[in-house]
Design a protein around this ligand. Structure first.
Ligand code: CTP
Length: 419
């Protein structure tokens, strides 16, 4: 698993999810997914088809969800005897995981032979979105009938999730594996997030840069990249097309984000200038090294035995943000630039001066030593309107707030569409 559960704590608080299981070996992943949903704060009602019950028992799913599972449209628990109506009306989202080829075919035809297909058909389209996580053998996946059915259910309003590629339970190798539990959760959280940056092309720089002295030594800094990665993820959740130019950090790439890995400031500069040609928002969170060794040695520098350190001449790195913010696309308003300021003291004074020097409409200031490597942070947002304080919170929460603030400024104050 890529991420820790702490990343998701509370993310689905107040949400009610109907989790539908159909027949497939991937049902074992649905058990883990159910657990993650509950840990993320959602209430979960599991509905299983007969075939699903052959792969995993309702007992397991009841224990994980904390609620008795529904398996039949003839279930007499509800007074009105209409589980398909009740369940679909209560749901903030219906997620079918795993969705077998047969179940997808049923959806495509609007069939309602079992409780799960029945409630999918009976759901109010505008209020209860349907997410489908396909899971099947690669030949079944590639079959024209399956692909036709997938197009059909998407046209009918279902949100079809991607499949993974790799070794399958049948021993074959290819497309059709169901996404992993953590990937499903990320997809659902992103799906439910307000789409405040729909259509935007967001470019983010993140992490430190590393400036080689020789093949084994270099100059770098303590930036963890966490804030920038959280911003990239939040922007993607808000509907943007996101490119993340990252210095050397081991963080996993947020789902749906395109990552360009770089090492040095010069490489980051080249990639950023190139990407900024088509971006509409540029958020510079990277802690770019201000200087690099003027000449990186080709071989490891050896001690001379005389106690004398080698001379280290430095050259200044390009200022990526200032250059992009002063270029015509930013000046004409086609590209909205956001800078960060990492300071150690006199935050507001330094940050205001930096905003003017960089020529950016919005600058997010933080105390470097109080944020590097941590999972939380606090920001001061500075723009023409004045100063807005975003109090200490998780970087994930702050990233969302910052994205919302940027979206409000980019769209001229219009509220984003809520799914
Ligand atoms: N930045 C950049 N390229 C650089 C240096 C900084 O794009 N060569 C960007 C950072 O990503 C950040 C902003 O400029 O958005 C400010 O970075 P910071 O390190 O706080 O300031 P510096 O410009 O390096 O200035 P100083 O070291 O004097 O505080």
């Amino acid at each position: 698993m890529n991420t820790t559960i702490n990343d998701w704590a509370g993310e689905l608080a107040g949400r009610h999810i109907v989790l539908g299981l159909t027949g497939g070996v991937a049902a074992y992943k649905a058990a883990e997914f159910c657990r993650l949903l509950v840990k993320a704060g959602a209430t979960v009602q599991v509905v299983m088809t007969d075939a699903a019950c052959r792969f995993i028992t309702p007992v397991t799913m009841q224990a994980l969800s904390g609620r008795p599972v529904f398996t039949s449209q003839w279930d007499a628990r509800a007074d009105n005897h209409m589980p398909h109506i009740n369940l679909s009306r209560e749901a903030d989202a219906i997620v079918v995981a795993p969705a077998s080829a047969d179940f997808i075919a049923q959806l495509a035809q609007g069939r309602a032979g079992e409780l799960l297909s029945l409630l999918c058909l009976a759901r109010p389209l505008a209020q209860a979105p349907l997410l489908v996580a396909p899971a099947m053998n690669r030949q079944m996946w590639a079959h024209p009938a399956t692909q036709r059915n997938l197009r059909q259910i998407a046209a009918d309003g279902a949100h079809v999730l991607a499949v993974g590629c790799g070794e399958q339970a049948c021993g074959e190798n290819g497309d059709g594996r169901m996404l992993e539990a953590d990937e499903l959760l990320e997809e659902l959280i992103a799906f439910l997030a307000p789409k405040q940056l729909l259509g935007a092309r967001v470019l983010v720089t993140a992490g430190p840069t590393y400036e080689a002295i020789d093949p084994v030594r270099g100059i770098t800094n303590r930036s963890s990249g966490k804030m920038g990665f959280a911003i990239a993820r939040a922007a993607r959740e808000a509907g943007a097309d996101v490119t993340l130019i990252a210095g050397p950090v081991a963080l996993p790439t947020p789902r749906g984000v395109r990552r360009i890995a770089v090492t040095s400031a010069v490489q980051m500069h080249a990639a950023a200038v190139d990407e900024a040609r088509t971006a509409t928002v540029f958020i510079a969170t990277a802690a770019v090294a201000d200087w690099r060794p003027a000449h990186a040695a080709g071989n490891k520098i050896k001690k001379d035995g005389g106690g004398q350190p080698p001379p280290l001449a430095l050259a200044e790195n390009p200022d990526i943000l200032a250059e992009i913010a002063h270029a015509p696309r930013a000046q004409s308003g086609e590209l909205y630039c956001v800078g960060f300021a990492a300071e150690s003291d006199d935050l507001l004074v330094h940050a205001q001066a930096k905003r003017a020097r960089k020529g950016v409409p919005l600058l997010a200031a933080n105390i470097g030593p109080a944020t590097f490597g941590r999972d939380d942070n606090a920001l001061l947002l500075i723009d023409d309107e004045g100063v807005t304080e975003l109090p200490r919170a998780s970087k994930r929460a702050l990233a969302r707030q910052l994205v919302a603030e940027i979206a409000r400024r980019v769209s001229g104050g219009e509220e984003g569409e809520r799914v």
